[in-house]
Design a protein around this ligand. Structure first.
Ligand code: UDP
Length: 468
């Protein structure tokens, strides 16, 4: 009997990883394929509002698996290590049993696994069970290239990156010799080389080359030289981003807009949209450090002063778990109360893509998570970058020095720099940045339109998946 394609998608259990993979799941289902999206039990529970997705995509099924942590574990960025190690021990074992069942006993056996690169245990398990496996890199291609160059960086004596001479140029990442300073390497390189977290991620990256294809949430022309370097190590690469924009292009605009709001672990506070409606054109700075941004109370105050002193209206996502060592509310300091009341609007979680697309938004103070960076690009909103971990440091370098659509304040956090950079992006240097931005925005939208490279590459990926 002919086997029908059935894809199992396995995200790493974090917002920035789930969202793009869920968009991919929707795109595959839209093409008529059967997809099982495997969340951890905890995230499955947070995403209880996913029912409408199943109603819209009858071939999309959700399943869940334990992350191995106790029910009352906070599972936020401050405990990323717990999540990583637990997933790689407990979830790994359960995944083997689950895939064994789904690929043999089920009515429609799984024929292909697309696993987040950080879930590399799925690669060997799938191979062992005779199921095809592809890998999805949820971060930026430039960060992956810098990780793939890890042996070369060691050989060149570039690692670990300490606090000394952070402005020294980095040798060992071909194509980026004149671009990267030590401080621009992904945050992971700031860890000790024998740190189990570091070792674990590097092992994941090395495992990726054992898969039959690599999928990127990026678009052609954005990082072409980097993609060419990576392509020499993989048999097949699919660049199909920006995924949420491709979703909009393939599915009726209004439907995809409402669907993308389902791809979040937190419920958005939509009151900010009404507030934005009352603001003037391109006047507002949107401030968000994603789901992983973490700052001290001191840094929070510097940002607060900087924002209020800039004189610009601001919409700020202040996550409760985003302030180190603090719990619950963050009282507004007395000297900032007036300015915040006059010009600020604070929320726990915003409908970010809608916010960035709103005509009142003129600037984006961001941590440069890869999804946020792409979302800033497709909406044409220039950025002030405050990178902290993961790929943020290298992304912000490209934003400021290659694409020239923002300013990078990495490794600083003082109110005067924040104020100065906000003013530059909103006024003094806006025209020059918008020229570069307009070009990149057009590239992004052309790629997802019919005939564009991301549109075409998704078709190729679907054909590839169908070759059972
Ligand atoms: N996001 C959101 N509302 C918020 C903050 C973030 O919808 O208030 C979404 C944002 O649109 C992005 C994702 O959360 O798609 C964050 O992913 P990213 O890769 O930017 O950063 P991470 O959270 O992984 O650090």
């Amino acid at each position: 009997m002919e086997q029908q394609p059935h894809i199992l998608l396995l995200p790493f259990p974090a917002q920035g990883h789930i969202k793009p993979l869920l968009s991919l799941a929707e795109l595959l289902c839209h093409a008529g394929l059967h997809v099982t999206f495997l969340n951890t039990d905890h995230n499955h529970h947070c995403l209880t509002h996913l029912q409408p997705l199943s109603a819209h995509f009858p071939t999309l099924h959700f399943d869940s698996i334990s992350d191995g942590l106790p029910t009352d574990h906070p599972r936020n960025i401050q405990f990323m290590r717990d999540i990583l190690f637990s997933v790689k021990s407990v979830t790994k074992l359960r995944f083997r049993d689950l895939l064994a069942d789904l690929s043999t006993k089920s009515e429609r056996p799984v024929t292909c696994v697309i696993a987040d690169s950080i879930m590399s245990f799925a690669i060997d398990i799938a191979k062992e069970l005779g199921v095809r496996v592809m890998t999805f890199w949820a971060l930026s291609p430039c960060s992956l290239w810098s990780f793939l160059c890890f042996p070369k960086l060691i050989e060149e004596g570039q690692l670990p990156v300490g606090d000394d001479d952070m402005d020294r140029m980095v040798r060992g990442v071909p194509g980026m010799e004149d671009l990267l300073r030590r401080r621009d390497l992904p945050g992971l390189y700031r860890l000790k080389l024998d740190d189990p977290f570091f070792i674990s991620i590097i092992e994941d990256i090395m495992a990726m080359t054992r898969t039959s294809a690599l999928i990127f949430n990026t678009f052609d022309n954005l990082e072409d030289p980097t993609i060419s370097h990576i392509a020499s190590l993989f048999s097949r690469i699919y660049t199909i981003g920006p995924l949420t924009t491709l979703l909009t292009s393939r599915i009726e605009h209004d439907v995809s807009r409402s669907l993308s709001s389902f791809n979040n672990l937190c419920e958005a506070d939509r009151s900010c949209m009404t507030w934005l409606d009352s603001q003037s054109l391109r006047s507002v700075v949107y401030v968000s450090f994603g789901s992983t941004g973490l700052m001290t109370r001191g840094q929070l105050l510097e940002f607060w002063h900087g924002m209020v002193n800039s004189g610009k209206p601001f919409l700020w996502v202040v996550r409760r778990d985003g302030i180190e060592g603090a719990e619950g509310e963050h009282p507004i300091p007395e000297e900032l109360q007036e300015g915040t009341k006059e010009r600020g609007f604070l929320v726990d979680w915003a409908p970010q893509e809608e916010v960035l697309a709103h005509q009142a938004v003129g600037g984006f103070l961001t941590h440069n998570g890869w999804n946020s960076t792409l979302e800033g690009i497709v909406s044409g909103v220039p950025m002030v970058c405050w990178p902290t971990i993961a790929d943020h440091q290298i992304n912000s370098r490209l934003v400021s020095e290659v694409w020239r659509i923002g300013l990078d304040m990495k490794d600083t956090c003082d109110r005067s720099t924040i104020e100065m950079m906000i003013r530059a992006v909103m006024e003094e240097r806006r025209e020059e940045m918008m020229k570069s931005m307009d070009r990149i925005v057009k590239l992004a939208h052309d790629c997802v339109d019919q005939g564009g490279s991301s549109y075409h590459n998704l078709d190729k990926l679907i054909e590839d998946i169908k070759q059972v």
